[in-house]
Design a protein around this ligand. Structure first.
Ligand code: FAD
Length: 284
């Protein structure tokens, strides 16, 4: 690994739990993952503002415990005054990083809501809050499912940086070449900011396959076949996934990835095991 332990920039993503039990469990997960000294935690935001309060509560709780924590945010169906108030509350609470997104239409809402492109949210935050927030945006090495084409997706990513974003986090992927090619194309398009790979540990194959089909992330055929072989043997799936994702992370870091952002799914394992493997592979 080219990044040494001190340089290894990692972040952990969580979703806001729906129940008190889930919330308590997440507090433990945050505590357990803190030993890896992440640069920040991030907390997702339900499409259309459905988790406006729960996201905020988790972010504030985590900040109060001394951990830099970035809320994800999208306009959803909210007006500018609502989003501005939420951002003011975050600023006051000590938040200094936001993951700025367009989000997706909540299922069942039909055409009742609006989708505001992420570059517009970035511009809105810069207009109203200057440089206070470090702004992360989303990037798609395998290209966003609604994208008109490869080049236009990169142009829109550039638009987010031109609007004032500082860095990007990618959708997860299992094919490192997709990431390396994407970085080359971004650089050729004049993007110089960091694009940190998003890493999805493998916990449950059925859920992963369903989610991947929706978000446009590819599970390579060989990998899908291997995972199918394991059937209900969840321990074997996890063990295979840990090895596979550790190798992926190692390859990404060895070839210049600026850090790793883990989609933890609110679980300590297997993220902790992957990081432990990576750090153990570190030359003295
Ligand atoms: P945009 O960058 O706005 O792009 C959306 C689509 O429109 C793309 O196809 C793009 O090519 C095109 N486009 C972009 N700008 C323009 C423009 N100006 N004019 C025309 N076309 C344009 N979803 C959630 O609901 N909650 C979350 O918390 C959440 N967190 C995420 C975190 C990460 C790191 C990632 C990678 C994704 C996350 N998502 C989340 C999913 C994300 O909201 C969806 O992928 C959504 O469909 C696109 O959001 P975006 O910010 O990438 O959109």
């Amino acid at each position: 690994m080219s990044n040494n332990e001190e340089d290894l920039r990692i972040s952990f993503e969580f979703f806001p739990p729906k129940t008190e039990v889930g919330r308590e469990k997440l507090a433990t997960v945050r505590e357990q993952l803190a030993i890896f000294e992440p640069e920040f935690y991030s907390v997702t935001y339900g499409a259309g503002g459905t988790t406006r309060d729960t996201t905020k509560n988790i972010v504030l709780e985590s900040i109060q415990q001394g951990q830099a924590t970035a809320p994800h945010l999208s306009f959803g169906g909210d007006d500018e005054a609502t989003i501005k108030q939420l951002l003011s509350d975050y600023k006051e609470a000590g938040v200094n990083r936001i993951v700025a997104l367009r989000g997706d239409m909540p299922s069942g809402m039909g055409g009742a809501s609006q989708l505001v492109y992420a570059n517009e949210l970035v511009s809105f935050i810069r207009e109203n809050f200057g440089q206070h927030f470090h702004l992360e945006v989303a990037a798609y090495p395998e290209i966003h499912p609604e994208s008109k084409g490869y080049k236009s997706d990169i142009e829109y990513l550039k638009g987010k940086f031109d609007a004032g974003a500082n860095s990007a986090i990618t959708q997860y992927f299992y094919n490192p070449d997709a990431y390396f090619y994407f970085i080359d194309q971004c650089q050729a398009a004049g993007i110089e900011q960091d694009i940190v790979p998003g890493i999805m540990p493998i916990i449950n194959y059925q859920n992963l396959a369903r989610f991947s089909a929706n978000c446009g992330a590819e599970i390579p055929r060989w990998m899908a076949r291997r995972l199918e072989d394991f059937g209900d043997d969840s321990e074997s799936i996890k063990a295979f996934g840990i090895d596979l994702v550790t190798d992926l992370c190692e390859m990404l870091l060895d070839n210049g990835a600026p850090g790793l952002h883990f989609y933890t799914m609110n679980q300590t394992q297997p993220t902790a095991q992957i990081l432990t493997n990576l750090l153990a592979a570190e030359p003295e």
